[in-house]
Design a protein around this ligand. Structure first.
Ligand SMILES: Cc1ncc(COP(=O)(O)O)c(C=O)c1O
Length: 460
């Protein structure tokens, strides 16, 4: 491995203070609104978690349009994160806007299906291959229901996940493991003993998976095809085939979470690599900007759901704990149908992948021109700066390839130049609304950032 990019953290913090001060002077109206909102909402935001995402560039937004959005002070930003990939259709995509307006005017929910549901399931089946589909309002809720189905199907309790994962705010996945196999809750507010329901092992380590499965108490393995929440970690050749084989041999279900990776290629990696999950989970962009969660089931599991939900009351009188009064609503189905039919098309994916490649090629060539180590991540529409020349294989390696200090400076630096950066564990991504010019705009700001970084904030 060649040397990594070595950051001068003190210098980065000083540079950050300058950029934050400059940014603050541009957002008087946002600052006034935060002064008002702090007494009304924890952290001044409608979901207190929001406040963690963009430190140093806290704004109130007025409107979005395609690949850009504008704050209440009139500053416009090129959006390189799309709300953590939930808005990759762009802001206000016309086909979704029309479908949602029409559906809403004619009733948005009935606790009964509309015909759009059939169309959405057909579209999802054609691209991801799963036989039957269910809907929630978030990917977190889709994963939660997938766990419950897995427990009912296997009669086992535990879930196995991979270090560096994020699958939503679900008790079992907010647990962190260590090399010795012990787990502990990673957050407050979780029920005592939750860590006993989770096993965490390193990605790309089939031996560790097998050791865990041999215990005979694992209901399911939950994995992203490519890990996306600690930079990007690609699977080794044979990793997914091994995972499928081990889960089958040890009687655990395999849940593939394509919430993020669905954006990288049409039909996700489930289609591209012919993965054979028992349950496939999705959310975010499927709704074209309307909140949604989705999961696909094999025919057998669909049958199990039918046998364990009303009107077929199971012999023990208890039903499977899935569902919600607003899940699968008519508005969701209309939005998802329009997004899948008219925005998230095969042709659209080809275009976005080309933009993602241009982004990665641009980052690589800028690193070379500045004679810096590191390399671009490559994942369909998404790229980003990997601080080492060697791509990571697991979370421990991945943690050395990203830097929150670097991102805390880049964020206000880019925002002052009209570009909205992702959080540090992610990288910039192209949306279905981006153009080649947008990618060039991003790379020009990235070039300026590297020039400044090289001249002021690197260690020898
Ligand atoms: C891979 C993955 N799965 C699930 C989720 C949960 O999505 P949501 O917060 O929309 O429920 C996320 C969120 O970032 C994710 O990255």
């Amino acid at each position: 491995m060649k040397r990594p990019i070595r950051l001068d953290i003190e210098q980065l913090r000083a540079l950050r203070a300058e950029e934050v001060a400059r940014f603050n002077a541009r957002i008087p109206r946002s600052n006034a609104l935060y002064a008002e909102s702090r007494g009304l909402m924890p952290n001044g935001v409608p979901c207190s978690w929001m406040a963690a995402f963009y430190p140093g560039t806290e704004i109130f937004v007025a409107r979005g349009d395609g690949a850009t959005f504008t704050d209440v002070d009139g500053n416009r930003y090129l959006d390189m994160t799309q709300c953590d990939l939930s808005m990759v259709c762009g802001f206000g995509p016309a086909p979704v806007a029309r479908a949602v307006a029409e559906r809403f005017a004619n009733g948005s929910h009935f606790l009964l299906p509309t015909e759009d549901a059939i169309a959405v399931c057909r579209l999802l089946r054609a691209r991801f291959g799963m036989a039957a589909w269910q809907f929630t309002l978030s990917a977190s809720a889709a994963n939660t229901e997938a766990f419950r189905i897995a427990r009912r199907a296997t009669g086992k309790d535990k879930v196995l996940i991979f270090s560096g994962k994020y699958h939503g705010h679900i008790d079992e996945t907010l647990v962190r493991g260590d090399a010795g196999g012990a787990s502990e809750p990673d957050h407050h507010g979780l029920p005592r003993g939750v860590e006993q329901r989770t096993i965490e092992v390193p990605f790309n380590d089939l031996d560790a998976v097998e050791r865990a499965l041999k215990g005979g108490d694992v209901a399911c393995v939950l994995a992203e095809p490519v890990m996306t929440n600690i930079g990007v970690i690609h699977p080794d050749d044979g990793f997914h085939a091994g995972l499928r084989d081990l889960t089958r041999r040890h009687g655990a279900l395999l849940i593939i979470d394509e919430t993020h990776t669905q954006v990288a290629c049409f039909g996700g990696f489930t289609r591209k690599w012919r993965l054979e999950p028992d349950i496939l989970t999705l959310g975010k962009c499927v709704g074209g900007g309307v909140p949604i969660g989705v999961y696909g089931l094999t025919a057998d599991l669909s049958d199990l759901v039918e046998r364990n939900t009303e009107p077929q009351i199971p012999v023990d009188g208890k039903t499977l704990a899935i569902g919600g009064t607003t899940y699968g609503n008519a508005l969701n189905m209309a939005a998802a149908r329009a997004a899948l039919e008219a925005v998230l098309t095969e042709e659209g994916y080809r275009r976005v992948e080309t933009l993602g490649e241009a982004l990665a090629d641009g980052i690589d060539s800028l690193l070379a021109r500045h004679e810096l180590p590191g390399r671009a991540y490559r994942l369909g529409n998404r790229s980003g700066l990997c601080l080492t020349d060697t791509l990571p294989r697991n979370a421990a390696e991945a943690a050395r390839c990203i830097s929150s200090d670097l991102n805390r400076w880049i964020r206000p630096f880019m925002a002052n130049r009209g570009v909205w950066e992702p959080i540090y564990i992610h990288g910039p991504s192209a949306s279905f609304a981006h153009t080649a010019e947008d990618i060039a705009t991003y790379l020009s700001a990235f070039d300026e950032m590297l020039t400044r970084l090289k001249s002021t904030a690197l260690r020898a």
